[in-house]
Design a protein. Sequence first.
Length: 156
Amino acid sequence: MTFEIERKFLVTSDAYKQVAYQKSYIKQGFLNSKKERVVRVRIKDDSGFLTIKGASNKSGTTRYEWEKEIPLKEAQDLFNLCEEGIIEKYRYLVKSNNHIYEVDDFLGDNKGLVVAEIELSEENEAFEKPNWLGKEVTGTVKYYNSNLSKLPFCNW
């Protein structure tokens, strides 16, 4: 089994854009968004992906994740089966010492929300916090993409 360990933070400024080394457009929908298992289809630029995530641990940092690249046409077709509420965002990659932050600048009904995630090797691993990183929201369910698809930021 593959597990992801990540922490999530709000972003306080757009300073990350000046140090980002990559920017991608992401569109994603959910075939299943129950908290026990999330099944997501994603198009990132010109590539398709199918992802399954398990329930998070108590702290919200760790959960099972399985992801496979699929043909773009199949990913596009799977959007016809998705639950209501599609997520669109730009993802910026920012290197910070030995880590990479994924900064999601949401579009559509989630416009105005900017969240950074960092993947870690272990839950208590030390990492640098850039000055544009704000409040930690790891484990706060309303910030999960599967929840943002149902209750978008504009309705908070």
